[in-house]
Design a protein around this ligand. Structure first.
Ligand SMILES: Cc1cc2nc3c(=O)[nH]c(=O)nc-3n(C[C@H](O)[C@H](O)[C@H](O)COP(=O)(O)OP(=O)(O)OC[C@H]3O[C@@H](n4cnc5c(N)ncnc54)[C@H](O)[C@@H]3O)c2cc1C
Length: 383
């Protein structure tokens, strides 16, 4: 267990003040935002809200000032993010860029890329989505077949991505693709990451609907697409190790704990003052789990701040966090004697219905449960 250490992060003296600042901002900027809308949180896309966050200095918080960042700590970012997520704020426009595309460019991108993209991202004016999964390559991204070939003027790309959240609304996609033939001795060799403008000729974006009928996912096809020079992130062929460190950002944050938080708040409101032991036990257990998960997730933020890449700990947080998020829906179903109704019901029944339909994806997006457990087992040396 030596390598599964979660160090206690430093204390932020201004934590209370910062939390209050975010709460006041949310009260002012989202006065009529309903509980139903809040269930979508970092999936809900709102460009104007992202620009307001940008003006407050809450995107790219940890990045250098010369790239439009604010040189605050990862723990301060954690506090702001946690408050925004707990409030169910619509973070979709800036979420992927702030959480992972920006940090990826900061770590591996060229100086030109940093100067071009980071200031726009931190102003809430440029959105990114993730182009990793393919029809036959989800858990095992080494099976990715989308191919980029070096040509004069850049790369020529052919292939197909699926489950690409918000591709129809985003300006750019970070493409994970093959830039060399398969190497039978090293299945992780020959991959690269490219920045792709989604309006480039040859790209087609088609909707894939959620089971509740909403359009959030897409299929993105590349048909002889020319990606201009200068869009390769890092070194050609280093895509796999870059991707692995990107996933530490994707897997560890409060977004992997708080997806059902609007339902938690609704439950607390519905059962306020209840003396029913079934209710008090369920709420006590839920609260205890949340407290522990926050401590673990915060510890990962501290590790990211110190420059390490805590892939193992991030996988633990995501696995436990998404199990918790899904368990809330089950707890709610046990405690409430009501039908979940997406339309025409009470606020609680709509929040419940939305949460039921969104929850199955929590343990799949960003890495499926079984796969995370394999990473954990390998990290612990038991596999
Ligand atoms: C809400 C949501 C949003 C998403 N957004 C994006 C996005 O924006 N961009 C993007 O690129 N992708 C996105 N995805 C796709 C997501 O990353 C993949 O669905 C996920 O990685 C699983 O891949 P798959 O769907 O191909 O399933 P598969 O890999 O086929 O897995 C199917 C099942 O088999 C299990 N399994 C697979 N391999 C193993 C193994 N070796 N050992 C044990 N069990 C195994 C899995 O755990 C899973 O239960 C999103 C998914 C969801 C649900």
């Amino acid at each position: 267990m030596e390598n599964l250490i979660f160090p206690t992060p430093e204390i932020i003296p201004s934590e209370g003040e910062l939390r209050e600042e975010v709460r006041a901002f949310v009260r002012t900027e989202l006065p009529g935002y309903t509980a139903e809308e809040r269930t979508y949180s970092w999936n809900a896309y709102d460009a104007a809200f992202a620009q307001k966050l940008g003006r407050r200095g809450w995107i790219g918080m940890t990045w250098p000032k010369k790239y439009g960042g604010h040189e605050r700590t990862s723990l301060e970012r954690y506090i702001v993010t946690e408050e925004l997520l707990a409030a169910g704020a619509p973070l979709g426009f800036c979420w992927v860029a702030d959480r992972q595309s920006g940090p990826l460019m900061l770590r591996y991108g060229s100086e030109v890329q940093r100067q071009r993209f980071l200031p726009l991202i931190s102003a809430g004016e440029c959105s990114f989505c993730i182009g990793m999964s393919e029809p036959d390559a989800g858990s095992d991204l080494s099976a990715v077949r989308t191919r980029a070939i070096r040509v004069e003027g850049g790369y020529r790309v052919n292939g197909r991505k699926i489950w690409t959240s918000n591709a129809h609304l985003s300006e750019y996609l970070i493409l994970f693709c093959r830039t060399a033939d398969k190497n039978p001795d090293d299945r992780h060799a020959g991959f690269s990451q490219l920045i792709v403008r989604l309006k480039t000729p040859g790209i087609t974006i088609r909707p894939i609907n959620y089971m509740n009928g909403e359009h959030r996912w897409n299929e993105v096809t590349f048909d002889d697409v020319l990606i201009e020079e200068g869009m390769l992130i890092g070194k050609e062929g280093d895509g796999w190790s870059q991707l692995t460190s990107e996933l530490a950002f994707e897997r560890s944050g409060p977004d992997r704990i708080l997806s059902s938080f609007t339902l938690v708040l609704q439950l607390l409101q519905a059962f306020h003052g209840s003396k029913d032991s079934k209710v008090t036990q369920a709420i006590g257990k839920m609260t205890a789990h949340l407290v522990i998960l926050r401590a673990l997730s915060r510890s990962v933020a501290g590790m990211l701040q110190s420059g390490s890449s805590p892939v193992l700990q991030a996988s633990v947080v995501k696995d436990l966090g998404t199990t918790f998020e899904q368990s809330i829906v089950e707890i709610a179903r046990e405690l409430l004697s009501m039908e979940p109704l997406r339309l025409g019901g009470s606020t609680l029944s709509t929040v419940l219905a939305n949460s039921i339909m969104l929850a199955p994806g929590y343990s799949i997006r960003g890495g499926a449960r079984e796969v995370l457990r394999s990473i954990i087992a390998r990290g612990l040396g038991v596999r």
